[in-house]
Design a protein around this ligand. Structure first.
Ligand SMILES: NC(=O)c1ccc[n+]([C@@H]2O[C@H](COP(=O)([O-])OP(=O)(O)OC[C@H]3O[C@@H](n4cnc5c(N)ncnc54)[C@H](O)[C@@H]3O)[C@@H](O)[C@H]2O)c1
Length: 369
């Protein structure tokens, strides 16, 4: 046992890691003695993966510990939780831009989660977003051809479906999408679509054992309150004692998947044999409007606040914003045995508890989803 285990892991991460390991059961043994290369380690999903592998090694469940190589360009700095792990010898952290390098460490498993994921930021950094999903992915896939990992996971997005017509909600993996290739969200949507094409083609041409996950709105501890995605924005308002100001009519709907369920799903995809295939990972209920979501956040926080509606200064803010987003999980359930477990109210309560001690009172509003 390390000092880290005895106190410095945030209990929210420890609880989620234990849940993920419990959900995976004996399958976690596949990581024993293996090396995992993780890109985007400083991000939301990255933070959960790093804590999960640290917790797994500390738990003594593996016959021999796994080794995690965590890489990120650390554009937003090295997070404090990662600095706190610097004395661990099972976790290595590298400051690497995946677009600028073609040389990566050898690994048994590759988890490629580096990208810009928040709509506010991918619209601000469209070229960097495309480069990570196209050039960075290509660099990692070329590396995989040379070094033949056991499995490779690419993070795509539910955004590859664009704004599906109601006949395709819930949306199955074989829906081809309704997407603009030139609109304000295109840098993200289209680079994820091309990224998926790259993955499938590498599988066909080189036999690369690559799988694709399509996340549908994850939330939970690790999602920075400054990230400008919808839930951190709502919590930031509530923690500052402000009414929640929606920058829309509040009618667009989403489903929100708690992070321990989502990470379970991603690891099931990674550990599967379904090379060259894509899987929806999320939850299908409740499909909730942004207005009802804002009310749920206020309720969970027990605050006496209102939901108001205003208009963004940005005329393109709502252009191509999907009206509804909800996954069809039939394939993921059938082939991987995936089952989300944490309900929305419970997940929101956990997120509130996570943000409370870390909350700043400063503001700014957006509701990128
Ligand atoms: N979180 C969700 O709900 C969600 C939904 C759909 C898709 N995804 C996808 O899942 C992946 C992870 O999402 P997230 O929420 O953790 O995103 P995030 O923005 O929190 O983290 C992404 C990380 O990637 C790093 N990064 C970006 N470009 C890089 C580069 N060129 N080289 C090295 N590092 C780079 C960033 O510094 C950041 O730390 C992304 O591919 C995202 O598109 C996430």
């Amino acid at each position: 046992m390390t000092d880290f285990q005895h106190g410095s892991m945030d209990p929210a991460f420890a609880r989620d890691a234990a849940a993920i390991a419990g959900n995976l059961g004996d399958a976690v043994g596949r990581f024993a003695g293996k090396t995992v290369l993780l890109t985007g380690a400083a991000g939301f999903l990255g933070s959960q993966f790093v804590h999960f592998f640290a917790w797994l090694n500390d738990s003594g469940q593996l016959a021999s510990p796994c080794r995690l190589i965590a890489i990120d360009n650390y554009l937003r700095g090295i997070p404090a939780w990662l600095r706190a792990m610097s004395d661990r010898d099972d976790i290595e952290s590298h400051a690497t831009d995946i677009v600028a390098t073609k040389t990566f460490p050898v690994a048994d498993f590759v988890i490629h989660a580096a990208s810009v994921a928040s709509p506010t930021f991918y619209r601000k950094y469209p070229l960097e977003t495309m480069d990570a999903n196209v050039i960075g992915l290509r660099n990692l896939l070329d590396h995989a051809v040379a070094l033949r990992p056991e499995s490779f996971l690419f993070f795509s997005s539910s955004e590859i479906y664009g704004d599906p017509d109601p006949a395709h909600i819930p949306t199955p993996e074989d829906y081809r999408g309704f997407v603009s290739c030139t609109g304000p969200r295109a840098c993200y949507d289209e680079s994820k679509r091309y990224g998926e094409t790259l993955c499938v083609t590498f599988h066909q041409v080189h036999g690369t054992p690559v799988k694709v996950a399509r996340p549908f709105n994850n939330y939970g501890p690790g999602l920075s309150i400054d990230d400008r995605r919808v839930l951190p924005d709502f919590f930031r308002d509530v923690l500052a004692g402000r009414d929640i100001a929606l920058l829309s009519d509040g009618r667009a709907t989403r489903t929100f998947c708690y992070i321990s369920d989502a990470i379970t799903g991603y690891l099931l995809v990674l550990l599967s044999t379904h090379d060259g295939e894509a899987f929806n990972i999320g939850t299908e209920a409740p499909e909730i409007s942004m207005e009802d979501l804002a009310r749920a956040v206020i309720r969970v926080a027990g605050r006496d606040l209102r939901v108001t509606k205003t208009v963004s200064d940005d005329p393109l803010y709502l252009r191509d914003n999907p009206q509804r987003r909800c996954p069809d999980l039939t394939k993921t359930r059938r082939l991987l045995g995936y089952e989300p477990r944490v309900g929305l109210e419970e997940g929101l309560a956990r997120m509130y508890e996570y943000y409370r001690p870390n909350s700043g009172e400063s503001g700014g509003r957006s509701s990128g989803v």
